[in-house]
Design a protein around this ligand. Structure first.
Ligand SMILES: Cc1cc2nc3c(=O)[nH]c(=O)nc-3n(C[C@H](O)[C@H](O)[C@H](O)COP(=O)(O)OP(=O)(O)OC[C@H]3O[C@@H](n4cnc5c(N)ncnc54)[C@H](O)[C@@H]3O)c2cc1C
Length: 378
């Protein structure tokens, strides 16, 4: 349990309130975001934020320990172990039998094989989920994300005090973005890709190069890499087993955001079990867990769809990315984007501004395509 999930650690404001997170576990409150185009045109976004609004930046080693300790204080038994496999119930209402290697400290690095009987299983074991395999949940396409934590000189750190950067361009990623996110006393620099995984280190180097003036003199203190799911698994529930978070595949396209959705799906699933079991008085069944899936899909399907479309339109070529960055300078776009991100509600639009935005976006794309044609001629 002393590992740190490789992660940028950006969380929306609503997570702080909804999950009662104490402010001292948040390293930085980002109020300025620079979106930087392939030709290095930087657009400042965040101008529409209200004084109390920010994007939280956490270190996962801090957030995860806090959440785990709080669960233990609320009555959860925390086991330091590696889940290996499970036996399904032999008859209706019989228990699932889980096998895991327990790292009690007494049994060396391989741990001691232990079995436990349970009524229901929530697979919250991330992108390489063994619970998903155990229920034949099916595969998903994934991105590989790479990140370096870099300790930069104090005077350079001042620049990133409340500022994060997103870089777009073929050099940093053919289908995602590169980032510099501020942490307590260092920055996290990373990138990701679905389509060109073997080139990830090349993209990382390019991200570092783009930010080079601002991170010069920095020392890499940690290197991390991990898959990011691209879409939900074909099956997320089977009898009394459900998947949540990355195990289920709940990361949004475009932004690669999954912390809030992991926490939220875990909570929704737990609530469905509490409700279905009448507070633990009767055995649940697949229908109870399906209620969680129904609620999840009806709440978040539009968010996933919108971001999927945005990624397809704007992350496909450098001219389209230039158009995307240009569009981000629009205050209406910034307000809509931040409201949707910070509060996880698709913000209701203003029809007039929406029409203006559509016209401007088409204009940006036409200009971008004209630019592409000129580039091709050159
Ligand atoms: C480089 C990178 C940057 C990212 N940046 C952001 C960001 O800035 N903001 C954001 O919102 N999202 C970001 N994400 C996505 C985010 O990290 C995930 O969506 C989120 O962590 C999912 O949470 P989870 O609890 O479902 O899975 P995880 O965080 O992966 O947690 C799974 C847990 O299960 C444990 N586990 C796995 N297998 C077993 C087993 N067999 N037995 C016991 N335990 C097991 C793991 O040790 C881990 O503790 C990023 C991802 C990457 C890779």
């Amino acid at each position: 349990m002393d590992n740190a999930k490789p992660c940028g650690g950006a969380i929306p404001l609503c997570m702080v309130g909804e999950f009662d997170l104490p402010l001292d576990i948040i390293d930085r409150r980002v109020t300025k975001m620079k979106m930087i185009s392939p030709s290095n045109i930087a657009v400042d976004i965040g101008r529409t934020l209200k004084p109390h609004e920010y994007i939280g930046m956490v270190r996962r080693e801090v957030l995860d320990i806090y959440l785990r300790d709080r669960a233990a204080a609320a009555g959860a038994s925390v086991v330091n172990g590696l889940f290996i496999k499970m036996d399904k119930p032999v008859e209706k209402d019989a228990p699932y039998v889980l096998y895991y290697n327990a790292y009690s400290g007494k049994s060396g690095s391989t741990g001691e094989r232990v079995r436990i009987e349970v009524d229901a299983v929530i697979g919250a074991d991330g992108a390489n989920s063994r619970v998903a395999k155990a229920i034949d949940a099916g595969e998903y396409e994934y991105a590989i994300a790479f990140q370096e934590r870099i300790k930069i000189p104090d005077e350079k750190m001042k620049y990133y005090e409340n500022l994060a950067e997103m870089y777009v361009g073929d050099d940093v990623s053919p289908d995602f973005y590169g980032w510099v996110f501020p942490k307590c006393d260092h920055v996290a620099v990373g990138t990701g890709t679905v389509t060109h995984k073997p080139d990830i280190k090349k993209f990382q180097l390019a991200t570092r190069l783009r930010a080079r003036d601002k991170i010069e003199g920095g020392k890499v203190i940690r290197v991390e890499a991990h898959p990011i799911p691209e879409h939900p698994r074909p099956r997320r529930v089977s009898e009394r087993v459900a998947l949540v978070g990355d195990a289920a595949g709940y990361v949004t396209k475009c932004s690669g955001e999954g912390i809030y959705f992991a926490a939220k799906s875990g909570r929704m699933c737990a609530e469905a079990i509490v409700e279905g079991s009448g507070n633990g008085r009767r055995m649940i069944d697949e229908g109870d867990l399906r209620n969680y899936i129904k609620k999840w899909d009806s709440t978040y399907w539009p968010t996933y769809k919108v971001l999927d479309v945005l990624q397809k339109v704007f992350y496909r070529s450098n001219p389209a990315r230039e158009a995307f960055v240009e569009m981000c300078s629009d205050e209406y776009v910034q307000k809509m984007t931040f409201d949707s991100y910070l509060y996880k509600k698709v913000a209701p639009g203003n029809p007039f501004e929406g029409l203006k935005l559509a016209v401007n976006t088409i204009g940006s794309l036409v200009r971008a395509n004209a630019l592409r044609n000129e580039m091709a001629k050159l």
